[in-house]
Write a protein that binds this ligand. Structure first.
Ligand code: NAD
Length: 260
């Protein structure tokens, strides 16, 4: 019988104060995991987390300090959810190099740094657990196809997709018990989407934010936006022993947006 439980595991979630991050913390905790929630220092603690730590995902030093702390406090790490991210909604002509680099740093370099800092702990913990340890990286439908005014964001999410597959291949080749998968949400009702609607209006693509929201909603075959809980469910599944044969996979959760 499939095992959908996470009892006895320790999980780390980045960007845990955001819409998808906070839903993921709660869902992992409900499945039995001890969850360390992290976000930028100016955020507060969140529901369901066993501990809350400041972690700027672009800081190599912060990642290695947190790895040492987790080793001392918990002695293991079974799950890493690389969720922190930002959007950039701008034409290529008007995007500055600094804006492009900031997006790459937060959305892509963070995943390299987090994977590197945590892989030893994950590999050790994965040895005594069915299905091994699990890294879940938040990509996007923007990592599967392009979109106007989203070149920077889509570039970053495409990179997340292929970093994920390469890490999955590498760990499998090295017989390290870490599965690595990416999740590709469609439009999900969070602060990030509100920022994107506002930018669409500023750029003159839509007359107002309500029209932008209706148009984006209609772009999903199901005709609506998704909820953070609908993404958290997929993330939790990838971390359970039930997903023991999944690595290097793209889990698309988009209400049918990319089905055609
Ligand atoms: N909302 C969507 O429609 C959607 C769709 C596809 C993919 N995603 C991806 O899902 C993830 C979560 O998005 P969300 O919609 O919950 O966004 P959100 O804006 O609600 O949350 C993002 C979180 O990341 C944190 N963050 C930003 N920079 C950080 C840094 N340097 N260090 C640590 N934390 C940092 C923010 O403080 C925030 O809490 C992102 O990677 C996003 O690209 C979202």
């Amino acid at each position: 019988m499939s095992d959908f439980g996470l009892k006895g595991t320790v999980a780390l979630v980045t960007g845990a104060n955001g819409g998808i991050g906070s839903a993921t913390v709660k869902a992992l905790a409900e499945a039995g995991s001890t969850v360390i929630a992290t976000d930028l220092p100016d955020h507060a603690s969140i529901d369901g987390a066993a501990a809350y730590r400041s972690l700027d995902v672009t800081s190599e030093h912060a990642w290695s300090a947190l790895a040492a702390e987790i080793r001392n406090t918990h002695g293991r790490l079974d799950i890493l959810v690389n969720n922190a991210g930002i959007s950039v909604t701008n034409s290529i002509a008007e995007t500055s190099l600094a804006e492009f680099r900031k997006c790459m740093s937060i959305n892509v370099e963070s995943i390299f740094l987090g994977t590197q800092a945590m892989q030893n702990l994950l590999a050790e913990s994965g040895k005594d657990r069915a299905g091994g340890s699990s890294i879940v990286n938040l990509s996007s439908v923007g990592g599967l196809r392009g979109a106007a005014y989203m070149a920077t964001y889509c570039t970053s999410k495409g990179a997340v997709k292929l970093f994920t597959k390469s890490a999955a291949m590498e760990y499998a080749a090295l017989k390290m018990p870490i599965r690595v998968n990416s999740v590709h949400p469609g439009g999900i009702d969070t602060n990030m989407m509100d920022t994107i609607y506002a930018r669409y209006v500023e750029a003159g693509l839509f007359p107002d934010e309500e029209t932008a929201r209706k148009t984006v909603s209609a772009g999903h075959a199901m005709g609506r936006m998704g909820t953070p809980d609908e993404i958290a469910g997929g993330i939790v599944y990838l971390c359970t022993p039930a997903a023991s044969f999944m690595t290097g996979a793209e889990l698309v959760i988009d209400g049918g947006m990319t089905a055609h």
